[in-house]
Write a protein that binds this ligand. Structure first.
Ligand code: GMT
Length: 379
């Protein structure tokens, strides 16, 4: 007997960032599989397509009352989630981030319980910061632990984050690992067209870095690694920055990189740049998974990165990229030089990476695992 389709609430951050991108892609895949998906956020998530059947968006409006020093988001979010859960009889809330989304979900469920209304289950996916940053803060940890204790299921995006989560919080229920996935979309421009737009010559070796350039992305180490690389081929670096690159401008001058580094800010569609690149260069001091790194693998590009957090679960060192101890910029530079000087090696690593991505990190692999978790949880 075919299983019934589900009514699912997804709560995520709308901005450019891996968790929102993952949540949006998941909602889209779930809707394609016949489920009805309701998104909750303060603004339309960047990649959400509202023309897709089965998708709706519930904007959370935050009023700025003069009596509050800081506007509150958690309460209006909880109220919106409760309203929609009751009206649409949602089976579950799948919240991406405990802070404040799991807390809001618990509050919404409590509001519904007090009116004897239908009660959705809560599934919380931790993407990193809840554990690695806020979980270390005594002002947040008990609240996160409370939200996790009242979640009906908890997932993390890597084994590494699962380990850190269990070491950080006292959690009694199982924590399941469901890795991130990515669905490349068809390209309308060729690699040559994108390189021409960027002003990158055919013989130049183009490394790409995609991130929100937050301090933990260590853009200083990125630029220093790139500056230290040597090759007979001209080397270029493209930084696709999800937030302003201004704090690093002076370092470009200090390292005399201005002519060789291209910065693109506020880009929503990163895939053309992956097509144009020859390798990915990532320098985070921590990364629970590295969705941009996975995107890079899908485009058949080898990845040079520090061996931190969940990155080794995505990139197998020596098979689809070259990983180095955190901070070893000389080793990062040597790997970049090696790839630039040996296109055959770069292509072989890239092809392995694409194969790995297409074997383990597709929607076909990952989405059914979320569906199975949903069904187990609501049963
Ligand atoms: O990396 C960021 O700064 C954004 C952050 C987010 O919350 O969107 O990314 C986290 O979640 C992504 C999706 O699961 C992971 O791929 C990133 O590794 C993770 N970032 C960190 O752990 C720093």
């Amino acid at each position: 007997m075919a299983e019934r389709s589900l009514d699912i609430g997804i709560t995520c951050y709308p901005l450019i960032g891996g968790s929102g991108i993952l949540a949006t892609a998941l909602g889209s895949e779930l809707a394609q599989r016949g489920h009805r998906v309701h998104f909750f956020s303060s603004a339309l998530p960047v990649r959400l397509d509202l023309t897709q059947p089965g998708i709706s968006f519930h904007k959370v409006v935050v009023n700025e009352y003069s009596l509050f020093t800081y506007p509150d988001y958690t309460l209006p979010l909880a109220v919106r989630m409760a309203e929609v859960a009751q009206a649409e009889r949602l089976d579950l809330f799948h919240v991406h981030y405990a802070v404040p989304h799991a807390t809001a979900a618990y509050l919404a469920v409590q509001m519904l319980a007090s009116s004897r209304a239908h009660r959705p289950k809560i599934i919380t996916t931790l993407h990193g910061t809840d554990t690695t940053l806020l979980g270390q803060d005594a002002g947040y940890r008990p609240a996160i632990e409370h939200a996790l204790a009242h979640s009906d299921a908890i997932t993390t995006v890597s084994q590494s984050l699962r380990g850190e989560t269990l070491a950080t919080f006292a959690i009694e229920r199982p924590v399941e690992v469901i890795e991130n996935f990515f669905v490349p979309s068809p390209r309308t421009r060729t690699r040559e067209e994108v390189r021409a737009e960027l002003g990158v010559a055919p013989n130049e070796f183009l490394a790409v870095h995609i991130s929100n350039v937050r301090p933990l992305k260590r853009i200083d180490l990125l630029l220093r690694s790139f500056a230290a690389a040597r090759s007979a081929r001209p080397l270029r670096l493209l930084v696709v920055a999800g937030s302003p690159f201004a704090p690093y401008e002076s370092l470009l001058d200090e390292l005399r990189l201005r002519e060789r580094v291209i910065v693109k800010e506020g880009v929503r569609e990163v895939e053309d740049y992956l097509l144009a690149a020859d390798a990915g260069l990532y320098s985070s001091e921590h990364e629970s998974f590295g969705l941009s790194i996975l995107e890079t693998l899908f485009y058949g590009k080898p990845v040079v990165a520090f061996q931190v957090g969940g990155i080794p679960e995505v990139v197998v060192d020596g098979e689809c990229g070259l990983l180095h101890p955190f901070g070893d910029i000389e080793a990062m530079a040597r790997s970049l030089s090696l790839l630039a000087g040996s296109p055959a090696r770069a292509q072989a690593l890239g092809a392995n990476g694409r194969r790995r991505a297409e074997t383990y990190f597709t929607a076909e692999q990952i989405v059914p695992r979320y569906e199975a978790l949903y069904r187990r949880t609501i049963r």
